[in-house]
Design a protein around this ligand. Sequence first.
Ligand SMILES: Cc1cc2nc3c(=O)[nH]c(=O)nc-3n(C[C@H](O)[C@H](O)[C@H](O)COP(=O)(O)OP(=O)(O)OC[C@H]3O[C@@H](n4cnc5c(N)ncnc54)[C@H](O)[C@@H]3O)c2cc1C
Length: 355
Amino acid sequence: MLPLLQRDAARLDIEAEFPAEGFDRLRQMGLLRACLPEALGGLGFGDGAQGAIDLLNLLQGLGEASLPIARLYEAHVNALQLVCRYGVPSLIERCACDAIAGELFALWVTDPPEGGLKLSEKDDALVLGGGKAFCSGAGAASRALVTAETPAGIRMLIIAVEPGRRVLASPIKLSGMRAATTGSMDLDGLSVPPDALLGEPGDYLREPVFSAGAWRSAAAALGGLTALVKIHREEVLRRGRAEDPHQCARFGELVIAYETARLWMERAALRGCLEDDSPEGVVAYVNLARLAVESACLDGMRLSQRSLGLAAFMVGHPAERVCRDLSTYLRQPAPDEALAKAAQFYFEAELPGAR
Ligand SMILES: Cc1cc2nc3c(=O)[nH]c(=O)nc-3n(C[C@H](O)[C@H](O)[C@H](O)COP(=O)(O)OP(=O)(O)OC[C@H]3O[C@@H](n4cnc5c(N)ncnc54)[C@H](O)[C@@H]3O)c2cc1C
C-alpha cells in the first residue's frame, strides 16, 4: 500500500487535495479501526508494548509515504484514544462502530485568534458557538474531537460533520502539508447529544496523556526523515558522487541523525503507551524525544540540501516536497516550553537508563 500512497503524494501536494484514495486504501486494510482495542473490534495499535511498536511502524511508514496522510491518520488515532479513555460507554461504542464503518476522525483543538469555540445549553440541548482554526481534514473528516469552552472549563466532545460542509474560505495557506487540507471550520449552531461530551472539564490538558501523545507526531516526522534519507541516497548514487569524501561524510551524518531519531522513538513510543513512570517522567522523556526528532529532521534537511544542491529546491523533485512538508509539520506547539520543562525534570531526576 505504501508505494501507492507515495506515488500519489506529488499530485495531491500540487492540487492541495485530500488523499481520498489513500484513505480508501487505509479503510480497506482495516487501519481506521486498528487503534481500537481488540475487544472493540480493533487491532490494539497503541495498546501495550506490541501495540506501541505496531503503531510506531505504521506511523513511520505512512510518514515515509506521505506526511499529510500520516498527520491525518495520527489525529484519527488521537481522537479515538481519547474517546476510549474518557468517553462514556455509549459514546465509545458509537465511535468504535463509526471507525469500523470507515468514518475518519479529526482532532480540532486550535482556536482562531478571534476567540474559542463555546458550548452552551439552549432549550435542553447542547449547542456550539464559533469555530476552529488549523483543522486538518477540513471538508473531508466526518467526525471530530473538538475542545469547547463551558462555564466549568474546557470540555472535549465528539461532533459529526457532513464532508464538504462548514469549511470557511480561509486566508491561511500553508506552504507544506497541502494535502492535509488544513482549514478553518464554522461550527456555529451545531447541536450535540449530551453523551458526546468526554471526561471532565480540563481533561484535554491532563498529563501525561496530553504531552506524551506527541510521540505519535514525532513518529510521523521520523517517516518524513526516512523518505529524505532514501531520496538523498538514491540521488547521490545516481549522480555517481558517492565516492566523494564530502558527500560520504554528509551521508554518514544523515544516517546518524536518522538512527538517533529512530532510537529515541522506539523508547518514546513504549514509554508513551505504557505510561511506565510518573506522569512528569513520561512527559519529560517524550518531550525530549520529540525535540530530538525535530533536531534530526532539521539536520537531515540541511545535509540533504547541501548534498543535492539546487535539485532539492526544484518544484517536482521529491526532496523539495518532503522538505517543505517536513519543515511545516515540525512546527508543533510550544517547543521552548517542552525543552525547559524536560530540563527542569532532569535537574532533579535520575537520567534515563542511569544506575
Ligand atoms: C500541518 C499542520 C496541521 C495541523 N493540524 C491541526 C489540526 O488538525 N488541529 C489542530 O487543532 N491544530 C492543528 N495544527 C496546529 C497545531 O496544533 C499547532 O497549533 C501549531 O502547529 C503550533 O505551531 P506554532 O509554531 O505556531 O506554535 P507556537 O507554540 O506558537 O510556537 C512558536 C514559537 O513560539 C514559542 N512560544 C510558544 N508559546 C509562547 C509563549 N507563551 N511565549 C513566548 N514564546 C512562546 C514556541 O516555543 C516557538 O518557538 C496543525 C499544524 C500544522 C503545521
